[in-house]
Design a protein around this ligand. Structure first.
Ligand SMILES: [Mg+2]
Length: 420
Protein backbone atom coordinates (compact mmCIF):
# COMPACT_ATOMS: atom_id res chain seq x y z
CA UNK A 1 0.00 0.00 0.00
CA UNK A 2 1.18 3.50 -0.76
CA UNK A 3 2.37 5.59 2.12
CA UNK A 4 1.20 9.15 2.80
CA UNK A 5 4.08 11.55 3.32
CA UNK A 6 3.79 15.28 4.05
CA UNK A 7 6.53 17.84 3.63
CA UNK A 8 5.76 20.92 5.71
CA UNK A 9 7.76 24.05 4.89
CA UNK A 10 7.37 27.45 6.55
CA UNK A 11 6.93 30.27 4.01
CA UNK A 12 9.92 32.68 4.19
CA UNK A 13 10.59 31.27 7.66
CA UNK A 14 13.10 33.73 9.10
CA UNK A 15 11.19 36.69 7.78
CA UNK A 16 7.76 35.42 8.83
CA UNK A 17 8.98 34.61 12.30
CA UNK A 18 10.54 38.04 12.68
CA UNK A 19 7.37 39.70 11.37
CA UNK A 20 5.15 37.77 13.78
CA UNK A 21 7.48 38.45 16.70
CA UNK A 22 7.52 42.18 15.98
CA UNK A 23 3.76 42.36 15.70
CA UNK A 24 2.83 40.07 18.59
CA UNK A 25 5.53 40.94 21.11
CA UNK A 26 6.75 44.40 20.20
CA UNK A 27 3.42 45.82 19.08
CA UNK A 28 4.78 46.82 15.67
CA UNK A 29 1.99 47.51 13.15
CA UNK A 30 3.91 47.00 9.93
CA UNK A 31 3.95 43.42 8.65
CA UNK A 32 7.37 42.72 7.16
CA UNK A 33 5.80 40.08 4.92
CA UNK A 34 3.75 42.70 3.13
CA UNK A 35 6.59 45.02 2.16
CA UNK A 36 9.79 44.32 0.25
CA UNK A 37 11.96 43.06 3.11
CA UNK A 38 14.67 40.51 3.80
CA UNK A 39 16.69 38.95 6.59
CA UNK A 40 20.41 39.35 5.95
CA UNK A 41 23.62 38.92 7.87
CA UNK A 42 25.96 41.77 8.64
CA UNK A 43 27.24 43.25 5.37
CA UNK A 44 30.42 44.59 6.98
CA UNK A 45 31.47 41.10 8.02
CA UNK A 46 30.57 39.75 4.60
CA UNK A 47 27.77 37.77 6.13
CA UNK A 48 25.71 40.16 4.06
CA UNK A 49 23.81 37.41 2.31
CA UNK A 50 20.05 37.37 1.92
CA UNK A 51 18.82 34.54 4.14
CA UNK A 52 15.08 35.00 3.57
CA UNK A 53 12.95 37.44 1.64
CA UNK A 54 9.35 38.53 1.59
CA UNK A 55 7.17 37.81 -1.41
CA UNK A 56 7.16 41.50 -2.52
CA UNK A 57 10.98 41.37 -2.37
CA UNK A 58 10.98 38.15 -4.40
CA UNK A 59 8.84 39.92 -7.02
CA UNK A 60 11.63 42.49 -7.40
CA UNK A 61 13.98 39.59 -8.20
CA UNK A 62 15.68 39.28 -4.80
CA UNK A 63 16.92 35.71 -4.26
CA UNK A 64 18.07 33.89 -1.15
CA UNK A 65 21.85 33.84 -1.35
CA UNK A 66 22.11 37.23 -3.08
CA UNK A 67 24.54 39.64 -1.50
CA UNK A 68 22.99 42.63 0.20
CA UNK A 69 24.56 44.77 -2.50
CA UNK A 70 22.90 42.82 -5.32
CA UNK A 71 19.57 42.77 -3.50
CA UNK A 72 19.61 46.55 -2.96
CA UNK A 73 20.30 47.11 -6.63
CA UNK A 74 17.31 45.03 -7.63
CA UNK A 75 15.10 46.52 -4.96
CA UNK A 76 16.22 49.97 -3.74
CA UNK A 77 13.64 50.30 -0.92
CA UNK A 78 14.43 46.89 0.56
CA UNK A 79 13.93 46.76 4.36
CA UNK A 80 16.69 44.65 5.93
CA UNK A 81 16.50 42.94 9.30
CA UNK A 82 19.25 41.07 11.16
CA UNK A 83 18.88 37.38 11.97
CA UNK A 84 17.62 36.23 15.37
CA UNK A 85 18.52 32.55 15.66
CA UNK A 86 17.19 32.23 19.18
CA UNK A 87 13.76 33.27 17.96
CA UNK A 88 13.99 30.83 15.03
CA UNK A 89 14.79 27.96 17.35
CA UNK A 90 11.80 28.78 19.54
CA UNK A 91 9.44 29.06 16.56
CA UNK A 92 10.80 25.85 15.11
CA UNK A 93 10.26 23.98 18.39
CA UNK A 94 6.63 25.09 18.73
CA UNK A 95 5.96 24.25 15.09
CA UNK A 96 7.37 20.72 15.44
CA UNK A 97 5.34 20.40 18.65
CA UNK A 98 2.13 20.99 16.68
CA UNK A 99 3.22 18.61 13.92
CA UNK A 100 3.82 15.85 16.47
CA UNK A 101 0.19 16.05 17.57
CA UNK A 102 -0.77 14.83 14.06
CA UNK A 103 1.64 11.90 13.85
CA UNK A 104 4.43 10.47 15.95
CA UNK A 105 6.57 10.14 12.88
CA UNK A 106 7.99 13.65 12.36
CA UNK A 107 11.45 14.08 10.92
CA UNK A 108 12.82 17.61 11.24
CA UNK A 109 14.61 18.30 7.96
CA UNK A 110 15.82 21.81 8.67
CA UNK A 111 14.86 24.50 11.12
CA UNK A 112 11.67 25.24 9.18
CA UNK A 113 10.94 22.00 7.33
CA UNK A 114 9.82 18.55 8.36
CA UNK A 115 8.72 15.28 6.81
CA UNK A 116 5.71 13.57 8.34
CA UNK A 117 4.63 10.01 7.77
CA UNK A 118 0.85 10.36 7.83
CA UNK A 119 0.11 6.80 6.67
CA UNK A 120 -2.80 5.27 8.53
CA UNK A 121 -4.00 8.51 10.13
CA UNK A 122 -7.14 8.83 7.93
CA UNK A 123 -9.30 7.59 10.80
CA UNK A 124 -8.07 10.50 12.92
CA UNK A 125 -7.72 13.39 10.49
CA UNK A 126 -9.61 12.38 7.39
CA UNK A 127 -8.08 12.09 3.94
CA UNK A 128 -4.63 13.62 3.37
CA UNK A 129 -5.94 16.86 1.88
CA UNK A 130 -8.24 17.50 4.84
CA UNK A 131 -5.53 16.63 7.33
CA UNK A 132 -3.18 19.11 5.61
CA UNK A 133 -5.81 21.85 5.57
CA UNK A 134 -6.44 21.37 9.27
CA UNK A 135 -2.72 21.38 10.05
CA UNK A 136 -2.05 24.53 8.02
CA UNK A 137 -5.00 26.27 9.62
CA UNK A 138 -3.93 25.37 13.15
CA UNK A 139 -0.41 26.67 12.49
CA UNK A 140 -1.73 29.87 10.94
CA UNK A 141 -4.18 30.53 13.76
CA UNK A 142 -2.07 29.60 16.76
CA UNK A 143 1.40 30.64 15.57
CA UNK A 144 0.61 33.42 13.11
CA UNK A 145 2.68 32.21 10.16
CA UNK A 146 1.88 30.15 7.10
CA UNK A 147 3.28 26.92 5.69
CA UNK A 148 3.25 25.07 2.42
CA UNK A 149 2.42 21.40 2.58
CA UNK A 150 3.39 18.91 -0.11
CA UNK A 151 1.63 15.55 -0.12
CA UNK A 152 2.74 12.38 -1.85
CA UNK A 153 3.70 8.77 -1.33
CA UNK A 154 7.40 9.44 -0.75
CA UNK A 155 9.70 12.13 0.55
CA UNK A 156 11.15 13.45 -2.68
CA UNK A 157 7.77 13.94 -4.30
CA UNK A 158 6.31 15.52 -1.14
CA UNK A 159 9.24 17.94 -1.04
CA UNK A 160 8.82 18.79 -4.72
CA UNK A 161 5.10 19.42 -4.14
CA UNK A 162 5.58 21.80 -1.22
CA UNK A 163 7.68 24.00 -3.51
CA UNK A 164 5.10 24.41 -6.31
CA UNK A 165 3.40 27.74 -5.57
CA UNK A 166 3.59 29.76 -2.36
CA UNK A 167 2.56 30.90 0.21
CA UNK A 168 -0.02 29.11 2.33
CA UNK A 169 -0.68 26.40 -0.25
CA UNK A 170 -1.23 22.66 -0.18
CA UNK A 171 -0.21 20.61 -3.21
CA UNK A 172 -0.40 16.93 -3.96
CA UNK A 173 2.02 15.13 -6.23
CA UNK A 174 0.83 11.57 -6.42
CA UNK A 175 2.62 9.22 -8.78
CA UNK A 176 0.00 9.63 -11.52
CA UNK A 177 0.34 13.43 -11.35
CA UNK A 178 4.08 13.36 -12.08
CA UNK A 179 3.95 13.93 -15.86
CA UNK A 180 1.49 16.78 -15.59
CA UNK A 181 2.86 18.58 -12.52
CA UNK A 182 6.58 17.85 -12.49
CA UNK A 183 7.97 16.97 -15.90
CA UNK A 184 7.65 20.40 -17.46
CA UNK A 185 9.65 22.06 -14.64
CA UNK A 186 13.27 23.06 -15.29
CA UNK A 187 15.83 20.40 -14.34
CA UNK A 188 17.28 22.45 -11.48
CA UNK A 189 13.94 22.39 -9.69
CA UNK A 190 14.46 18.70 -9.04
CA UNK A 191 15.63 17.79 -5.55
CA UNK A 192 19.40 17.19 -5.55
CA UNK A 193 20.12 19.07 -8.78
CA UNK A 194 22.46 21.96 -7.96
CA UNK A 195 24.25 24.40 -10.21
CA UNK A 196 27.04 22.02 -11.19
CA UNK A 197 24.59 19.26 -12.12
CA UNK A 198 22.41 21.71 -14.02
CA UNK A 199 25.36 22.77 -16.15
CA UNK A 200 26.25 19.15 -16.94
CA UNK A 201 22.64 18.37 -17.81
CA UNK A 202 22.46 21.39 -20.12
CA UNK A 203 25.54 20.12 -21.96
CA UNK A 204 23.67 16.86 -22.50
CA UNK A 205 20.73 18.83 -23.87
CA UNK A 206 18.60 18.08 -20.82
CA UNK A 207 16.63 21.06 -19.57
CA UNK A 208 13.49 19.74 -17.90
CA UNK A 209 12.73 17.16 -15.23
CA UNK A 210 10.78 15.22 -17.87
CA UNK A 211 13.92 15.04 -20.00
CA UNK A 212 15.86 13.66 -17.02
CA UNK A 213 13.13 11.06 -16.54
CA UNK A 214 13.24 9.90 -20.13
CA UNK A 215 17.02 10.06 -20.49
CA UNK A 216 19.08 6.88 -20.59
CA UNK A 217 20.01 6.14 -16.99
CA UNK A 218 23.44 4.92 -18.10
CA UNK A 219 24.16 8.24 -19.77
CA UNK A 220 23.33 10.11 -16.57
CA UNK A 221 25.45 7.75 -14.52
CA UNK A 222 28.34 8.21 -16.92
CA UNK A 223 28.29 11.99 -16.56
CA UNK A 224 26.99 12.48 -13.04
CA UNK A 225 28.02 9.26 -11.28
CA UNK A 226 25.88 8.26 -8.30
CA UNK A 227 24.02 11.57 -8.44
CA UNK A 228 22.95 10.80 -12.01
CA UNK A 229 21.43 7.53 -10.91
CA UNK A 230 19.63 9.23 -8.05
CA UNK A 231 18.14 12.11 -10.03
CA UNK A 232 16.96 9.72 -12.72
CA UNK A 233 15.06 7.84 -10.02
CA UNK A 234 13.73 11.06 -8.50
CA UNK A 235 12.57 12.37 -11.88
CA UNK A 236 10.63 9.14 -12.30
CA UNK A 237 9.11 9.54 -8.85
CA UNK A 238 11.06 6.76 -7.15
CA UNK A 239 12.39 7.26 -3.64
CA UNK A 240 12.41 4.44 -1.10
CA UNK A 241 13.84 6.39 1.83
CA UNK A 242 11.71 6.41 4.93
CA UNK A 243 10.75 9.19 7.30
CA UNK A 244 13.08 8.76 10.26
CA UNK A 245 11.07 9.95 13.23
CA UNK A 246 13.77 11.45 15.39
CA UNK A 247 17.28 12.53 14.80
CA UNK A 248 19.49 10.43 17.09
CA UNK A 249 20.05 12.21 20.42
CA UNK A 250 23.10 14.42 20.44
CA UNK A 251 24.55 14.05 17.00
CA UNK A 252 27.60 15.91 18.15
CA UNK A 253 28.83 19.44 18.39
CA UNK A 254 29.45 21.68 15.43
CA UNK A 255 30.86 25.11 14.90
CA UNK A 256 31.32 27.02 11.69
CA UNK A 257 31.90 30.51 10.46
CA UNK A 258 31.72 32.61 7.35
CA UNK A 259 35.07 34.33 7.11
CA UNK A 260 35.04 38.09 6.45
CA UNK A 261 37.40 37.58 3.47
CA UNK A 262 38.33 34.69 1.16
CA UNK A 263 41.01 32.48 2.67
CA UNK A 264 43.57 31.39 0.12
CA UNK A 265 46.45 30.12 2.24
CA UNK A 266 46.77 27.28 4.72
CA UNK A 267 48.20 29.45 7.47
CA UNK A 268 45.10 31.61 7.66
CA UNK A 269 42.82 28.60 7.33
CA UNK A 270 44.60 27.06 10.31
CA UNK A 271 43.93 30.16 12.36
CA UNK A 272 40.24 29.91 11.54
CA UNK A 273 40.25 26.23 12.49
CA UNK A 274 41.98 27.11 15.74
CA UNK A 275 39.38 29.75 16.55
CA UNK A 276 36.58 27.29 15.78
CA UNK A 277 38.16 24.52 17.87
CA UNK A 278 38.61 26.98 20.71
CA UNK A 279 34.86 27.51 20.98
CA UNK A 280 33.96 23.92 20.15
CA UNK A 281 36.26 22.26 22.69
CA UNK A 282 35.13 24.71 25.36
CA UNK A 283 31.54 23.57 24.74
CA UNK A 284 32.56 19.91 25.04
CA UNK A 285 34.30 20.64 28.34
CA UNK A 286 31.40 22.70 29.63
CA UNK A 287 29.06 19.75 28.99
CA UNK A 288 31.50 17.24 30.45
CA UNK A 289 31.79 15.22 27.23
CA UNK A 290 34.60 14.23 24.91
CA UNK A 291 34.55 13.49 21.18
CA UNK A 292 35.74 10.41 19.34
CA UNK A 293 35.42 11.81 15.83
CA UNK A 294 36.32 15.07 14.13
CA UNK A 295 35.13 16.48 10.83
CA UNK A 296 35.92 19.54 8.75
CA UNK A 297 33.64 21.19 6.23
CA UNK A 298 34.68 23.72 3.60
CA UNK A 299 32.52 25.99 1.50
CA UNK A 300 34.45 27.61 -1.31
CA UNK A 301 34.01 31.02 -2.85
CA UNK A 302 31.85 29.42 -5.55
CA UNK A 303 29.66 27.84 -2.83
CA UNK A 304 30.90 24.30 -3.41
CA UNK A 305 30.75 22.34 -0.16
CA UNK A 306 32.89 19.40 0.86
CA UNK A 307 33.58 17.65 4.12
CA UNK A 308 35.61 14.83 5.55
CA UNK A 309 35.78 13.12 8.91
CA UNK A 310 38.08 10.86 10.83
CA UNK A 311 37.96 8.78 13.96
CA UNK A 312 40.30 10.13 16.62
CA UNK A 313 42.86 7.81 18.17
CA UNK A 314 41.17 8.45 21.50
CA UNK A 315 38.34 10.62 22.71
CA UNK A 316 39.26 14.15 23.61
CA UNK A 317 37.94 17.50 24.82
CA UNK A 318 41.28 19.25 24.34
CA UNK A 319 41.35 22.32 22.13
CA UNK A 320 44.81 21.43 20.93
CA UNK A 321 44.07 17.79 20.04
CA UNK A 322 40.88 18.70 18.26
CA UNK A 323 42.71 21.43 16.37
CA UNK A 324 45.51 19.11 15.29
CA UNK A 325 43.00 16.58 13.99
CA UNK A 326 41.12 19.36 12.18
CA UNK A 327 44.31 20.55 10.47
CA UNK A 328 45.12 17.03 9.27
CA UNK A 329 41.64 16.58 7.86
CA UNK A 330 41.76 20.02 6.29
CA UNK A 331 45.01 19.15 4.49
CA UNK A 332 43.45 16.02 3.02
CA UNK A 333 40.32 17.88 1.98
CA UNK A 334 41.37 21.25 0.64
CA UNK A 335 42.18 21.58 -3.04
CA UNK A 336 43.39 25.18 -2.87
CA UNK A 337 40.19 27.00 -3.88
CA UNK A 338 39.43 30.27 -2.06
CA UNK A 339 37.45 29.46 1.09
CA UNK A 340 34.56 31.52 2.39
CA UNK A 341 33.16 29.26 5.11
CA UNK A 342 34.80 26.72 7.40
CA UNK A 343 33.27 24.33 9.90
CA UNK A 344 34.52 21.86 12.48
CA UNK A 345 32.38 19.09 13.93
CA UNK A 346 33.00 16.85 16.93
CA UNK A 347 31.10 13.57 16.81
CA UNK A 348 30.75 10.31 18.74
CA UNK A 349 30.55 12.29 21.93
CA UNK A 350 30.38 10.46 25.21
CA UNK A 351 30.07 11.26 28.87
CA UNK A 352 32.26 8.40 29.90
CA UNK A 353 35.57 9.39 31.43
CA UNK A 354 38.40 9.66 28.93
CA UNK A 355 40.91 6.88 28.97
CA UNK A 356 44.30 8.17 28.11
CA UNK A 357 46.52 5.66 26.40
CA UNK A 358 50.09 6.68 27.02
CA UNK A 359 51.98 6.58 23.80
CA UNK A 360 55.52 5.31 23.71
CA UNK A 361 56.47 8.43 21.80
CA UNK A 362 54.43 10.81 23.90
CA UNK A 363 55.23 14.25 22.57
CA UNK A 364 53.64 16.36 25.20
CA UNK A 365 52.16 16.23 28.61
CA UNK A 366 48.46 15.81 28.01
CA UNK A 367 47.69 16.28 31.69
CA UNK A 368 49.22 19.72 31.46
CA UNK A 369 47.19 20.43 28.33
CA UNK A 370 44.04 19.56 30.22
CA UNK A 371 44.97 21.80 33.11
CA UNK A 372 45.68 24.60 30.69
CA UNK A 373 42.28 24.18 28.98
CA UNK A 374 40.53 24.17 32.35
CA UNK A 375 42.39 27.28 33.50
CA UNK A 376 41.47 29.14 30.30
CA UNK A 377 37.81 28.09 30.69
CA UNK A 378 37.77 29.37 34.27
CA UNK A 379 39.27 32.72 33.35
CA UNK A 380 36.83 33.16 30.47
CA UNK A 381 33.90 32.22 32.64
CA UNK A 382 34.90 34.83 35.17
CA UNK A 383 36.22 37.69 33.04
CA UNK A 384 34.57 37.17 29.69
CA UNK A 385 35.64 35.25 26.62
CA UNK A 386 38.03 37.92 25.42
CA UNK A 387 40.04 37.87 28.65
CA UNK A 388 42.52 35.32 27.28
CA UNK A 389 43.50 34.99 23.65
CA UNK A 390 45.97 32.78 21.86
CA UNK A 391 48.95 34.78 20.66
CA UNK A 392 48.47 33.37 17.17
CA UNK A 393 45.14 35.16 16.93
CA UNK A 394 46.21 38.39 18.61
CA UNK A 395 46.92 40.47 15.49
CA UNK A 396 44.48 38.58 13.30
CA UNK A 397 41.24 39.82 11.74
CA UNK A 398 39.74 36.45 12.72
CA UNK A 399 37.52 36.37 15.78
CA UNK A 400 39.55 34.29 18.25
CA UNK A 401 36.41 32.45 19.33
CA UNK A 402 34.70 32.06 16.01
CA UNK A 403 31.26 30.65 15.47
CA UNK A 404 29.27 29.24 18.33
CA UNK A 405 26.26 30.49 20.16
CA UNK A 406 27.59 33.47 22.01
CA UNK A 407 28.35 35.79 19.13
CA UNK A 408 26.55 34.42 16.12
CA UNK A 409 23.27 33.80 17.86
CA UNK A 410 23.00 37.01 19.79
CA UNK A 411 19.68 38.74 19.68
CA UNK A 412 19.21 41.81 17.54
CA UNK A 413 19.15 44.97 19.62
CA UNK A 414 15.47 45.83 19.27
CA UNK A 415 15.91 48.80 21.60
CA UNK A 416 18.53 50.35 19.32
CA UNK A 417 16.23 49.73 16.39
CA UNK A 418 13.62 51.85 18.16
CA UNK A 419 11.20 48.95 18.40
CA UNK A 420 11.19 48.68 22.21
MG1 LIG B 1 10.94 27.35 4.16
Amino acid sequence: MDRVIFHVDVNSAYLSWEAVYRMQHLGVREDLRECASAVAGDAALRRGIILAKSIPAARCGVHTGDTVFEARQKCPGLVLVTPNYQLYETCSAVLFGILRTYTECVEPYSIDEAFLDMSGTEGLWGDPLHAAQRMAQEIRETLGFTVNIGISSNRVLAKMASDFTKPDRIHTLWREEIPEKMWSLPAEKLFFVGNAARRKLHLLGIRTIGEIASADERLLRLHLKKQGELIWKFANGADESIVAAETPPNKGYGNSTTIPFDVTDEKTARLVLLALCETLAARLRADGVSAGLAAVAIKTESFVCSSRQRVLPERTDSTRELYEAAVQIFRELWGGEPIRHLGVHAGRVSREPQMHQLSFFEERDSKKQRQLDRAVDTIRARYGMDAVKRAALLQSPIDHMAGGVSREKRRPDYRALGLL
